[in-house]
Design a protein around this ligand. Structure first.
Ligand SMILES: C[S@@+](CC[C@H](N)C(=O)[O-])C[C@H]1O[C@@H](n2cnc3c(N)ncnc32)[C@H](O)[C@@H]1O
Length: 220
């Protein structure tokens, strides 16, 4: 499938899949969305020093990169697992120049390692940050570990309805630790009902620029 680089409103870039008219991040600001939804309203709400994260959709590694930076800043440690069905080439991702948009030029070596490291192996990017990219399809993948935090960053429900189903919500619930949380940019009513029906406590928060709401769900 063709992917085109586009500029978003905060001057960071993302990828567009013209065939689906779907982007990897918000066109109203890719970088701002990642920092707000996944870091401010996700990572920073976990009251632990050692945090295990599961990400649905490694994509361009933007969420992994902003999490890495926050890990170093906050002097915490993170074990980051991220599943991806359609890995992108390192060259294509590096064209997006996330490092420059974020002012993270100092992480060039680390980010390159994140992108080019082998799949399905745990790699130490830094003594405080381990990354395991899992090549697979979330729908059939047997999740072996448990997590404190889930970054649910699939393409939207209009494009991939199955990934927002009750069945997948159950899978996410089952792999979360007690008091764990799930964050996503999506605020679709049906998705929130699916989360509630498997036992999550669901909170709607103000969304990133251009989106009225986002969702955070807790495992009681
Ligand atoms: C919104 S993008 C993720 C953006 C990414 N988190 C980032 O920081 O760049 C959604 C991702 O989910 C992946 N994906 C789609 N269907 C999938 C599936 N069934 N299992 C795993 N990954 C899938 C896509 O290839 C895409 O990379």
């Amino acid at each position: 499938m063709e992917r085109k680089t586009i500029l978003t409103s905060d001057n960071s870039k993302t990828l567009l899949i013209p065939e689906l008219n779907e982007t990897y991040h918000s066109t109203k600001g890719a970088m701002v969305e990642a920092l707000y939804v996944f870091i401010q309203e996700g990572l920073f709400k976990v009251d632990k020093k050692a945090i295990k994260i599961f990400e649905m959709g490694f994509g361009t590694g933007l969420n992994a990169l902003v999490t890495f930076n926050a890990t170093i800043q906050k002097e915490i440690s993170v074990d980051y697992h991220s599943i991806e069905k359609y890995p992108l080439s390192v060259d294509l991702i590096e064209e997006l120049d996330h490092l420059n948009s974020l002012g993270y030029e100092k992480w060039q070596k680390e980010y390159h390692t994140m992108l080019s490291s082998p799949w399905n192996e745990s790699i130490e990017i830094h003594p405080n940050f381990k990354l395991q990219k899992l090549e697979g399809d979330l729908l059939s993948y047997q999740i072996a570990a448990t997590y404190d935090l889930i970054f649910f960053d699939a393409f939207g429900p209009k494009i991939q309805a199955k990934l927002w189903s009750e069945e997948v919500c159950q899978k996410m619930y089952d792999c979360l630790e007690k008091n764990g949380l799930l964050v996503t940019y999506c605020a679709q009513g049906q998705f929130k009902r699916n989360l509630k029906s498997v036992g999550f406590e669901v909170e709607s928060l103000p969304g990133p620029p251009g989106k009225r709401e986002m969702t955070r769900a807790y495992k009681k």
